[in-house]
Design a protein around this ligand. Structure first.
Ligand SMILES: O=P(O)(O)O[C@@H]1C[C@H](O)[C@@H](CO)O1
Ligand SMILES: Nc1nc2[nH]cnc2c(=O)[nH]1
Length: 319
């Protein structure tokens, strides 16, 4: 292996040039060494090692306001970082302490529909891992497919359906660098079960257990919202909520052995009947995020406190 690329000869290219040949074939991926440059830049600006990472979904950037003594670094100033282009995604890393724990929040994520390939959307997850993050909380705004879900409910993600992956689009596609993780990572225990149980308990203690569900998330490429036929198909497949993110992030985080907890804020009920005349829109998505920010901040802070009090590391059966 040379920097995670197989040490083989393609079209007579010498080993010295193999890297470039594969870059052309697979796109210009971030090598381990390149990401170390990003990490080096950040470490020079932040004096502590974050152990918790939080990805703020659409309209949920205010989760970063929970951080004590925040240090904000705009993505545009960080070497090799993509930039955020979506309303409701500010585009900065915020470092600080959350429930006493050293934390980094991504105030804004990258989506496939912005034109970024999945490996680029997921680059910050590997950066967080290299910085020291062991526990990743992924949040998103999603449409509720399960008829029992109401706008403003929270779905704790217990599993996902990787629709884009069905067609071979996966953030781990291309040469594998074992320093990040294995070529064939398992995904059947992708979401830490102990943290899900703890989150349900926190919800009970907050008196909002009737607004909290456990369900299956699926991600489409976007940016358009779904047709009625697509939504009915996704329902039949077993999805409870649909969005445009998270799945590829969860795959990348599991690949590099992070503990993952994810939840969706249900910002709209999916329209699964042709007779209905309501249509989803991004403004509504952001508004619901604002309405529920207090609840979500409390949930995340209390959950993190308990995760570390209980010493939850692996939520995998038998580990
Ligand atoms: O970043 P997330 O997944 O929270 O954002 C969802 C999906 C689209 O980006 C947007 C649609 O309103 O919300
Ligand atoms: N794909 C998708 N993403 C969303 N994000 C927020 N609501 C929705 C939705 O209904 N569909």
């Amino acid at each position: 292996m040379v920097n995670g690329y197989p040490n083989i000869k393609i079209n007579g290219t010498t080993n010295g040039h193999i890297h470039k040949a594969l870059e052309t074939e697979y796109g210009h991926r971030y090598t381990y060494e390149l990401l170390l440059e990003t990490v080096h830049y950040i470490r020079n600006r932040v004096s502590f090692t974050p152990v918790v990472g939080v990805i703020c979904g659409s309209g949920l950037g205010s989760l970063a306001d929970c951080l004590v003594n925040p240090i904000e670094i705009p993505y545009s100033t960080i070497p090799h970082f993509p930039t955020s282009t979506v309303k409701g995604h500010v585009g900065s890393l915020v470092f600080g302490h959350l429930s006493g724990l050293p934390t980094v929040c991504m105030k804004g994520r990258f989506h496939y529909y912005e034109g970024y390939p999945l490996w680029k959307c997921c680059m910050p997850i590997r950066v967080m891992k290299l910085l020291g993050v062991s526990h990743l909380i992924i949040t998103n705004a999603a449409g509720g497919l399960n008829p029992s879900y109401k706008v403003g409910d929270i779905m704790l993600v217990k599993d996902h359906i990787n629709i884009m992956g069905f067609a071979g689009n996966n953030p781990l596609q291309g040469p594998n660098d074992e320093r990040f993780g294995p070529r064939f990572p398992p995904m059947n225990q992708a979401y830490n079960r102990d943290i899900i149980q703890l989150a349900k308990k926190v919800g009970e203690d907050m008196g909002v257990e009737n607004r909290i569900h456990e369900g299956v998330y699926t991600c489409l490429g976007g940016p358009n919202f779904e047709t009625v036929a697509e939504l009915n198909m996704l329902k039949m497949l077993g999805a409870d909520a649909v969005g445009m993110s998270t799945v590829h992030e969860v795959i990348t985080a599991n690949h590099c052995d992070m503990e993952v907890f994810a939840f969706s804020l249900i910002t709209n009920e999916c329209v699964v009947q042709y007779e209905a005349n309501n249509e989803p829109n991004h403004e509504e998505v952001i508004d619901v995020g604002k309405q529920r920010e207090g609840l979500l901040k409390q949930l995340v802070s209390e959950l993190l406190k308990r995760v570390f009090e209980n010493g939850i590391t692996s939520g995998k059966i038998g580990k």
